[in-house]
Design a protein around this ligand. Sequence first.
Ligand code: SF4
Length: 358
Amino acid sequence: MMEAVHARVSPVKDDELLDREAAAALFEDLSPNRLFGIAQVANGLREARHGRRATFVDNLHVNPSNICVRACKFCGFAALPGEAHAYDIDEDSIYREVEAQAPTEVHIVGGLNHQWSYARSLALVAGLRERFPALYIKSFTAVEMDWFARTAKLSLESVLEAFVDAGMNGMPGGGAELFSERIRREHFRHKLGADAWLEVHERAHALGIPTNATMLYGFGETLAERLHHLFRLREVQARTGGFVSFIPLAMQYGQDSARVIPPFENLAMVAMARLVLDNIPHIKAYWPMIGTETAAAALSWGADDLDGTLGLEKIAHASGAATPKQMAAASMRRLIETAGFEAVERDGAYRPLVRAVA
Ligand code: SF4
């Protein structure tokens, strides 16, 4: 089986990517011998594309408000209006934070609410662009873009175009959760389904907006459901080429140690992403959710990027992530180098950054 997979996935061409049946057979058995074989193939694909380089970005997560009307069952971040832990950060505080941290990129994601309306969110992007001309602004998930269009009674295209005009560079990949109606009905029934999420991204790609994609796993979904999610992304990517990166997101169970997803499963998920989604250039190992050690190991399982230093990330941590809330660029470099890779700091568009030495 491993030879057959090797032959099919290398060299890297779209029509030679692993098919659904072969992927299901490959990941059915996660015994140690099989896992190491999978890691080898995934690492081969990663090295063919990125060599021994592993990237990271100095970024700041901005979560303007956690007030959200959707009440997804798995979400530890959101608060209903009026709840004690609800918060709303004002624009000046956000500008001050960006000024103080001087990140290369901001990643802006919040809840669905009427306080942070379409007009206010657009003005925030414009305000950031005006104050920080070189900043890479990655703003608002497909779920939020859809909400803005509905609440402002505008077409999705006009909303997306307005954000580009205001200074947005790209969109994050959150809100996809898992493309399964069964899981959606059980865990996030009021939220956008797979077709609508993919539609927002396809339209963004048609307008030239680069976007990310994610998959939240750990709901109790089947292997077939995970693969279905990845194959739907691969189909869209084959049409548009607009996804820049894919980020597997491990469900956070906080103190419930019996349910915490084990490291080998997180590593297998990274390898699965690289094998199925090798038409998406970057696969991230998202350290806040899988831990720094597993993220470093994931660089040998198909991942080529560790995302960022994050600033004051709130979403994963509100759901119980035990990792530090922020990692300095120097620690990020050390982590990558300890794992045996060449650390490269990048900008929001994945171009290497050369920092002046002080
Ligand atoms: S996951 Fe997103 S949409 Fe769902 S409750 Fe949390 S913030 Fe709201």
